[in-house]
Design a protein around this ligand. Structure first.
Ligand SMILES: Nc1ncnc2c1ncn2[C@@H]1O[C@H](COP(=O)(O)OP(=O)(O)OP(=O)(O)O)[C@@H](O)[C@H]1O
Ligand SMILES: [Mg+2]
Length: 276
């Protein structure tokens, strides 16, 4: 059976829309394109998890089954004894309305991953080793990463075939893009793995701001980024996208007529073509 394509969503900048992209792309890949999708929450903030699960459901799941903290062996010695196996941490069909969308939730304990695993050899390869067993069960695995390139993100990247960069079109983010590419180059050399860049997605775009339009235009035509793909579809700033997580729902289930929903449907189509 064909193996899943593993994709990490990364940017060292916080609040740029990584999680919003991960949740909504995962939803439309499953719902509109019939893909079997696994969404993996690598961030101790648990934002992805709580965008598709209620807090109560998450708490029960974390207590009874397990989370990425177990997968990455961060609290392996807690009261339960043995850390849970990766397959046991998967919440199947996490949203009844979106069959085919599974989730491995995160846990606050991941905050300490860098300290806890500091002395552990091969600490950036734990996820890659464990995900191997379920690669045949999915078409796409989307890893939502925290805003840094530390141990959790390294685990996601090491297991990934490709990465996607959600980015806001402003000046400081432009500087971050160079830095991100440099740091990724360094990581891939040092850890000896290959990964392809799927491209940059402009997020939280305020259509009425000339500054945003100019920044996007400048980046798209910049010589230094000529090898980077910039997705044609951009994600607009849309309050519905920020409201949806309050109901633990992706935008499609919150308000399918919102401009944010329309944009994510189009972005998913463009992504599917890029993945072929
Ligand atoms: N296009 C958008 N329109 C309006 N609000 C948005 C949009 N994208 C994201 N937001 C909101 O902005 C905040 C940050 O977005 P999100 O959590 O997706 O970013 P992130 O890059 O994952 O952040 P972090 O780096 O903290 O993980 C959230 O409250 C989210 O709901
Ligand atoms: Mg996030």
């Amino acid at each position: 059976m064909a193996k899943a394509q593993v994709i990490s969503l990364i940017n060292m900048k916080g609040g740029v829309g990584k999680t919003t992209c991960a949740v909504n792309l995962a939803t439309y890949l499953a719902r509109d394109h019939g893909k079997r999708v696994l969404l993996v929450d690598f961030d101790s903030q648990t934002n992805t998890s709580l965008s598709v699960m209620s807090e109560t459901a998450w708490e029960k799941w974390a207590d009874k089954h397990g989370t990425m903290a177990d997968v990455l062996e961060v609290h392996g010695k807690k009261k339960r004894g043995e850390p849970a196996k990766l397959a046991d941490c998967i919440v199947h069909d996490v949203l009844p309305e979106v069959p085919g969308l599974d989730l491995i939730p995160s846990h606050l304990a991941l905050t300490f991953i860098d300290l806890d695993l500091a002395a552990r050899p091969g600490r950036e390869r734990i996820f890659s080793r464990k995900i191997e067993k379920v690669l045949g069960d999915y078409d796409v695995i989307l890893c939502d990463c925290p805003p840094n390139l530390m141990t959790a993100t390294q685990n996601a990247l090491y297991a990934s075939d490709a990465y996607l960069i959600p980015m806001q079109p402003d000046y400081l983010s432009t500087l971050g893009l160079n830095l991100l590419q440099d740091r990724l180059g360094y990581l891939t050399r040092e850890l000896e793995f290959k990964i392809r860049c799927l491209g940059v997605v402009f997020t939280r775009v305020r259509g009425w701001l000339r500054y945003h339009a100019e920044t996007m235009e400048r980046l798209r035509s910049a010589k230094e980024f000529k090898r980077l793909y910039f997705f044609e579809t951009v994600i607009p700033e849309n309050i519905k996208l920020a409201e949806a997580p309050m109901e633990a729902k992706p935008i499609e289930l919150h308000d399918s007529t919102a401009t944010g929903a329309e944009a994510f449907r189009a972005l998913t189509k463009e992504l599917v073509v890029r993945l072929k």
